[in-house]
Design a protein around this ligand. Structure first.
Ligand code: ADP
Ligand code: MG
Length: 707
């Protein structure tokens, strides 16, 4: 190994990178060349794997895994819980003489049978068999972690119903490939494998483990259910990109090294806007690998934090009044093979023909986003994200696209045949004229847009930090594939391609330009303007989820064979149930903390005040004005708090008795959320004047400024 790659601690990153991954290099090295070729074809061309080679692959994989310390294997899958699931089986197989050998067959590799009955299925398992199967996904690399060989898999029921997040994602990638190739063929391109790429920027908070342990709300709900505003928050903007403190720096170093071993392309790390908030960004990769890597990243972030006596919070809004954590889903399309290998289809390109092709792909996204904003909103919906979206820190719930003035001008000029205002460009004719150069840096200035074109990719910024990126991307892939399908249907029939293309772009832009907005998305004016433009504004999870089963959405998913009507219905049920469950846990935790921590603390303080006044009266005749005021205030607020939590508890029982999930979720939103917020208000006021020795629970200052 080249010495330049080794640092003073003897760490050699290129050697460490992917050392726990059954990577292409390992396969090339260890598999017979025809077998390696077959796997490569599956990964880059989508060719189905020949079952005949599976035993060979399994055996080589097992030997490699054992060398890396593995004794077990697991089919690693992504059920509807949003996190990953695994069941470990050892390689041991008994021999006739009472010994064991380590065995792993092709059959073990491709299919597993975990019991599906305890995973959310949104009603599917009532109707169908409880049994679930996992199937190996050879397009995402296997790896060894903590003594187990991890095989990325999909998860489905006995009768073939999809039970996970990966299956629709893989299907959507396939559909996108087919439809994108139809468009490429119209531009005279050879068939190639078109894949979506994703780079998922991940925000997180790091807090001290000792503090965390004292807060049941953080432990059970992932966020603080109360907490008075600290004297200092994020108003000084001194944390963003600030120098890393040594404890955080050590954590980040450890995290990078751990991720690199798993082949995660962790690239950028920095402090974020809020105190104790940070970000990690990987280099983008194929969306299915990016999805697996993001799941791994979130898991490893938490694990490494524990080693540093820290806790990594991935909740969308762990603290009120300071920024929450999001995840930016950077998305583009590229050719993975063929003569156009590595070409980014969202890159404007140099020649008139490339420009035209670029604009067509661009328009496919504009049309998709305008026609399916409900699905994109649903893809990011959760009780936690409702607290983050639209708060002047994250995009509002209105989906719009930022294109930048240059591109908007170009489309405007194409659509109305007039000169582009700023560029003094002549009237453009697609496929004949070259576009004016679009400077990449000016396209990325607007940080308030939920869906921004940033030069050669789209950045979807509405995801909450704990969200699996699988749902966002299968929706994005499918809606864009649908636009491409309609474009190809029209263009394939045209006698004059260039003329029809110009007409099509004009039509699409005219029809969908309402979704383009280059201004400030955080402003109140935009909310009004968006309403005037007829753009939906589903403020909460409960408002958007019922649209999942809208006829147009079911038709979309069924047409492309991504999900069936029942599967869409079941996904909606799961999300609604998840919303209600989240709020139920929050209520129970809040009630518990009020009873066990807050009321006792404030009552103890009140008692001390009364005792003090009593003694004071014996010694001199002071007014006890301060004591009396505090005591009166504490007593009044405690009474209010007490009756509020009694009500809250009763209302929560009523909510739990509502059988229909949509009704239950609506009830939580309408009846319980306002109640919880009111309760919080009282607790925060109490915290403000209760002395630390009585309050005992870590405050926002403790949580945000200790590390
Ligand atoms: P920021 O949004 O903070 O300015 P960067 O520009 O550094 O961040 O990058 C954001 C993310 O976008 C990174 O994860 C990067 O890998 C990803 N990215 C860059 N180019 C592409 C692309 N063509 N397709 C998908 N993701 C991309
Ligand atoms: Mg970003």
């Amino acid at each position: 190994m080249n010495n330049q790659n080794v640092n003073e601690n003897g760490t050699c990153v290129p050697e460490m990178f992917g050392s726990l991954v059954f990577s292409d290099a390992v396969m090339r090295d260890r598999l017979p060349s025809d077998v390696h070729q077959a796997i490569t074809n599956t990964m880059s061309l989508g060719t189905p794997l020949d079952p005949a080679i599976l035993d060979v692959v399994a055996n080589v994989m097992k030997d490699w895994a054992i060398e890396k310390g593995a004794t077990h294997y697991t089919h690693w899958f992504q059920p509807m819980t949003g996190i990953t699931a695994e069941k470990h089986d050892s390689f041991i197989t008994p021999t006739s003489d009472g010994q064991v050998i380590m065995k792993f067959s092709g059959k073990d590799l491709v299919r597993g049978e975990p019991d599906a009955s305890s995973f959310p299925s949104g009603g599917l398992r009532v109707t169908f068999e409880a049994r679930g199967y996992t199937g190996w996904d050879p397009t995402s690399y296997a790896f060894v972690k903590d003594g187990t060989l991890y095989l990325p898999t999909v998860f489905y029921s006995y009768s073939g119903q999809v039970l996970d997040k990966k299956t629709p994602l893989l299907r959507s990638m396939e559909v996108l490939n087919v439809q994108a190739n139809r468009v490429l063929a119209l531009f005279g391109k050879q068939p190639c494998r078109v894949v979506p790429n994703t780079g998922a920027e991940q925000e997180y908070f790091l807090i001290d483990k000792k503090m965390y342990k004292k807060r049941k709300d953080l432990k059970f709900t992932g966020r603080t259910l109360f907490g008075a505003k600290p004297p200092k928050g994020q108003e000084m903007d001194d944390h963003y990109f600030g120098s890393l403190n040594p404890r955080v720096a050590a954590y980040m170093k450890d995290l990078d090294e751990e991720l690199w071993k798993f082949g995660v392309l962790s690239k950028t790390k920095h402090n974020e806007v809020a105190p104790a908030q940070h970000e990690l960004a990987p280099i983008f990769t194929t969306t299915n690998i990016a999805t697996d890597h993001n799941q791994l990243t979130m898991e490893i972030m938490k694990k490494v934090a524990a080693r540093h006596n820290l806790v990594c919070l991935l909740h969308e809004k762990p603290f009120a009044n300071v920024n929450g954590s999001g995840k930016h889903n950077n998305w583009s399309l590229s050719c993975m093979s063929g003569s156009e290998k590595n070409a980014n289809l969202l890159d404007p390109g140099d020649s008139p023909r490339d420009n035209a092709q670029f604009l067509l792909f661009l328009c496919s996204v504009i049309k998709a986003v305008d026609e399916y904003p409900d699905l994109l909103r649903i893809a990011v919906a959760s009780a936690g994200n409702d607290r983050r979206l639209g708060g002047g820190e994250a995009p509002p719930a209105i989906i719009s696209i930022f294109l930048g003035d240059e591109l908007t001008d170009i489309l405007e000029s194409l659509s109305n045949g007039e000169n582009a205002s700023q560029h003094k460009a002549k009237t453009l004719e697609l496929g004949v004229d070259s576009l004016p150069k679009i400077p990449q840096d000016t396209t990325d200035r607007n940080r308030t847009s939920p869906f921004a074109f940033t030069g050669n990719k789209f950045e979807f910024r509405m995801l909450g930090s704990p969200k699996s990126i699988a749902s966002t991307n299968y929706i994005l892939n499918t809606i864009v594939a649908e636009s491409l399908r309609q474009f190809s249907d029209r263009l394939e029939k045209a006698s004059d391609f260039t003329k029809e293309l110009n007409l099509l772009i004009k039509d699409v832009y005219k029809k969908h330009k309402r979704v383009i907005f280059n201004g400030n998305n955080y402003s109140d004016e935009w909310v009004k303007e968006a309403a005037a433009r007829g753009l939906p504004n589903y403020q909460t999870t409960v408002d958007c989820l019922p649209h999942f089963v809208a006829q147009k959405n079911i038709e979309l998913f069924e047409r492309h064979k991504i999900l069936s009507r029942v599967e869409v219905q079941s996904r909606m049920e799961i999300l609604l149930e998840n919303y209600a469950k989240t709020l139920n846990i929050e209520v129970l935790t809040l009630v518990d903390m009020v009873r066990k921590n807050i009321l006792p603390s404030v009552i103890e303080f009140s008692n001390a005040l009364s005792r003090g006044m009593f003694y004071k009266a014996w010694t001199f005749f002071g007014s006890c004005k301060a004591e009396k005021t505090l005591l009166r205030k504490a007593s009044k607020l405690c009474d209010e708090l007490y009756s509020l939590i009694e009500d809250l508890q009763a209302t929560n029982i009523s909510a739990q008795n509502i059988a229909d999930m949509e009704e239950r979720a609506k009830y939580y939103k309408a009846e319980i959320l306002p109640h919880m917020d009111k309760t919080r208000g009282i607790i925060d006021t109490l915290e403000e004047f209760t002395p630390t020795e009585y309050w005992k629970l870590p405050t926002y200052s403790d949580l945000l400024f200790t590390v």
